[in-house]
Design a protein around this ligand. Structure first.
Ligand code: SF4
Length: 93
C-alpha cells in the first residue's frame, strides 16, 4: 500500500516530500512528481511535509483522485521527464 501523489501537485513540484523520503521513491513527470510504488515503504513522512496536501496513503485517496493511483504506478516507470533526465531530482533512471 504505497503513498500516492495526487492532482494538487500539478504545476508545483514542491520538493519538501523528496527531502524526507528515506528510499528515494519520488520520480519526476513534466508537471508533477509521482511516487514509485515499488520503492515506497509507507513511512508517511512525505504526506505531512507536502505544503499542498497532495499525498495520501493509497487506501485514503479521495474518490475524485482515484486515477492517480495508476498514474503514480505507470508514470514512475515512464517519468523522470520521459527518461531523458530529471532537472529537479537530478538523476537519470
Ligand atoms: Fe518516501 Fe515514505 Fe513518502 Fe513512501 S511514504 S514516498 S517511503 S517518504
Amino acid at each position: 500500500m504505497p503513498h500516492v501523489v495526487t492532482s494538487s501537485c500539478v504545476n508545483h513540484k514542491f520538493q519538501d516530500c523528496v527531502a524526507v523520503c528515506p528510499v528515494d521513491a519520488f520520480r519526476e513527470a513534466h508537471t508533477y512528481l509521482v511516487i514509485d510504488p515499488e520503492e515506497c515503504i509507507d513511512c508517511g513522512a512525505c504526506a505531512t511535509e507536502c505544503p499542498v496536501e497532495a499525498i495520501y496513503l493509497d487506501d485514503n485517496v479521495p474518490l475524485n483522485e482515484i486515477e492517480w493511483i495508476d498514474r503514480n504506478a505507470n508514470e514512475s516507470i515512464d517519468s523522470d521527464v520521459a527518461n531523458g533526465g530529471s532537472p529537479i531530482l537530478g538523476k537519470l533512471r
